[in-house]
Write a protein that binds this ligand. Sequence first.
Ligand code: ADP
Length: 234
Amino acid sequence: MNTPATSVADYVSRAVGPIILFGPPGAGKGTQAKQIVERYGIPHLSTGDLLRENVKLGTALGQKAKAVMDSGKLVSDDLVNEMVAERLARPDCARGFILDGFPRTVGQAEWLDGFLSARGSKLPLRVLRIAVDQDKLFKRLTGRRTCPACGAIYNIYTNPPRVPDSCDKDGTSLTFRKDDSEEAIGTRLKAYENETLPLADYYRQRGILTEVDGDAAADDVSRQLFHALEKGEL
Ligand code: ADP
């Protein structure tokens, strides 16, 4: 955004460009993506959600990805890149989009660079890193519960629903992700450290990375993210 917007309606009508929400599993990327969607009216593209949807529908991609995902490992770059390309080609991504859980490897980041330049994107890519203390991640992940109907995210320790195991919004029974088992969480955190964390340097060197404190309360984190996007810090 070049000149300051004056109202939320103004933000919603202007182009925002591509945004990457970057951070470890459990950093709150999904929660924050919902706030960004609401403020700017651009779509949220979570590769984890898209893959889970494919598993649920039993597509060829879902069948290939299921066992890998349940174990906490990463699905291959080719499969994920193709899925992302398909989603980004839809017209709702024209003004901008939020990538959550992608790119997750240097290979995916390089592919994204090529994809964006081939499509002639004028607005710069911006990378928002949600930094969280490693020790807190385990608790956040083991405590996570989601509503399969509306997608609301809870945490039994830090943000419990009013009635245990039941969504505040629609009363649906909350579910526990299979890859939120302790063993799979260990694998996911390791995959993050080894394969995804190097991307912080990749984007920092290009001067397009900004970091926010993800240990703060969710509302504070949103304020930091809006600030970074609107004050032209990137
Ligand atoms: P989290 O970030 O909390 O680990 P996600 O919902 O983003 O969870 O992803 C769940 C799983 O889906 C990952 O552990 C991985 O197996 C797969 N996945 C999601 N995004 C990618 C990606 N960009 N590349 C490879 N695998 C992915």
